[in-house]
Design a protein around this ligand. Structure first.
Ligand SMILES: Nc1ncnc2c1ncn2[C@@H]1O[C@H](COP(=O)(O)OP(=O)(O)OP(=O)(O)O)[C@@H](O)[C@H]1O
Length: 298
């Protein structure tokens, strides 16, 4: 029984380490170690010369052999077993990470006006670390409760135009008569520190970013559960005139057609903001676990 178990172990070692652990019958002289399978246990004897591979070693061969390394039984204490495994395998176990840390991600969150992009991002900010939320520059007027440098950088139209001229923006757009744009420097700085970057853009902005980033960034499309829910949400927000509401709702219909250009779609249901945020977090987790990481330089 013990013999059978040791033979199985030996076969396993052979598979895992085909070159350094040769079969007992191997006569290849370049292989340094030799495994001995006997009723008394598994032993590894490093061979000092090619002549040691002959079936009946001379007394001088025996003298030149290193001492046998015996694998402790599985009942041995943890540290003895650990050291025994190291000795048999011929090297120390490393504590270095087996896989390098994942690359910083760029996550683009988009969706029709009023779907809840700001609400999702605000909540994500509260619950998750390691993310940098890019603050967009905008020429639109500050809404009640919005904070300069936190919600947006509020600039005049003239200031915005000079940012465009100095090539400081990754992308920009004129949305409902107001400029919105993404400052590049902020992204570079935070990616260098290992942060994942979250960008909040409208559908038009997402299209532009897709053409810049391709598949190197993650694109999430946020939707309401229905058109009716979206319209009610916009009316309840009380930040648009009727004309503005009309444009936004008509535009939202068109924007739904762009969902296919995104990697993920997240439904932000009425009263279930937390679920939407959890799903965004799961998407980030899955992206970080991918073998083929998305890599990007700005
Ligand atoms: N899951 C939800 N349930 C109920 N209300 C929500 C939900 N998500 C967002 N809201 C509310 O809907 C309104 C619109 O949300 P928000 O301003 O975040 O949308 P937005 O997509 O950022 O809009 P815009 O693109 O016009 O700036 C806000 O009043 C917000 O508090």
């Amino acid at each position: 029984m013990l013999h059978l178990r040791l033979r199985r172990l030996f076969t396993g070692l052979q598979r895992a380490f085909p070159r350094p652990v040769p079969s007992p019958s191997s006569t290849h002289s370049s292989v340094p170690n030799r495994l001995h399978l006997s009723r008394s246990g598994l032993r590894v004897a490093p061979l000092m010369s090619s002549s040691a591979s002959s079936s009946s070693p001379s007394p001088s061969d025996k003298d030149r052999r290193a001492p046998h390394v015996t694998l402790p039984p599985s009942t041995a204490d943890k540290s003895e077993l650990y050291r025994g495994l190291e000795a048999v395998l011929g090297s120390k176990f490393s504590s270095e990470p087996l896989i390098p840390p994942p690359h910083p991600l760029i996550i683009v969150i988009s969706g029709p006006s009023g779907v809840g992009k700001d609400a999702v991002i605000k909540k994500l900010q509260e619950v998750r670390e390691g993310l940098h939320f890019v603050v967009t520059a905008t020429s639109r007027a500050k809404r009640q409760g919005e904070v300069e440098g936190k919600d947006y950088y509020f600039v005049t139209k003239e200031e915005f135009l000079s940012m465009i001229e100095r090539n400081e923006l990754l992308e920009y757009a004129l949305v409902y008569g107001e400029y919105k744009g993404i400052p590049k420097q902020q992204i570079r700085e935070h990616m260098a520190k290992g942060y994942d970057i979250v960008l909040r853009v409208d559908i038009q902005g997402a299209e532009t970013l897709r053409s810049i980033f391709g598949k190197s960034a993650v694109f999430i499309f946020l939707v309401a559960e229905s058109e009716a829910a979206l319209v009610k949400r916009l009316i309840d927000r009380k930040t648009e005139t009727s004309d503005m509401l009309l444009v936004r709702v008509a535009t939202a219909r068109e924007e739904m057609k762009h969902v296919r250009n995104f990697d993920y779609v997240v439904v932000n249901e009425e009263g279930k903001l937390d679920n939407a945020v959890k799903l965004v977090e799961s998407i980030i987790d899955v992206e970080k676990a991918k073998v083929d990481q998305r890599k990007l330089q700005i």
